[in-house]
Design a protein around this ligand. Structure first.
Ligand code: ZN
Length: 161
């Protein structure tokens, strides 16, 4: 069965930057399971996986624009310390998360720490980086009608509800 929209795909990935530095890997834990074609993974990786099948192992190189986007130079914000869980321990260069409206979290990088505010860079930590994925497809199956309706995977590697 080949990977296409509305398939449930399980895969291992090993992610490095163009210098070979490891950014993330599923190899130490469970593979990732996604409902393919629903924007769960970055567009460049999705394009590189389409058409492959179980057992395939291949490299996908993704330009920054098709990964987490280009870096925006002036994408910074001054935020009151109370919005950080770990404000008293922050220093320039640290990565942390900022609570956002609606209850989500956004990864940010600390630029400067003042007495009551923190200047942060809102660019995604991987913005502006070309990414190299080594992918191994471990399973491809049809999505159930319920999974398609919910827009996510159920069972192992997915939602349990
Ligand atoms: Zn569901």
């Amino acid at each position: 069965m080949n990977i296409e929209k509305d398939k449930v795909v399980t895969f291992h990935y090993h992610l490095t930057d163009t210098a070979g530095e490891v950014i993330d890997s599923s190899r130490e834990s469970e593979p990732l399971t996604v409902l393919f074609g629903h924007g769960t993974i970055i567009p460049g990786l999705e394009a590189g996986m389409a058409g492959h099948k179980t057992g395939d192992r291949f490299d996908v190189s993704v330009a920054a624009a098709d990964a987490y986007g280009e870096r925006r130079e002036d994408f910074t914000q001054r935020v009151p310390k109370k919005y950080f869980r770990d404000a008293d321990h922050l220093k320039p260069g640290d990565s942390t998360v900022l609570g956002v409206q609606g209850g989500g979290h956004r990864p940010v990088t600390v630029i400067k720490v003042g007495s009551s505010v923190v200047d942060v860079d809102l660019n995604h930590p991987l913005a502006g980086k070309a990414l190299m994925f080594n992918v191994e497809i471990t399973d491809v199956r049809d999505a159930s009608a319920e999974e398609l309706e919910h827009g996510h995977v159920h069972g192992p590697g997915g939602h349990h509800h």
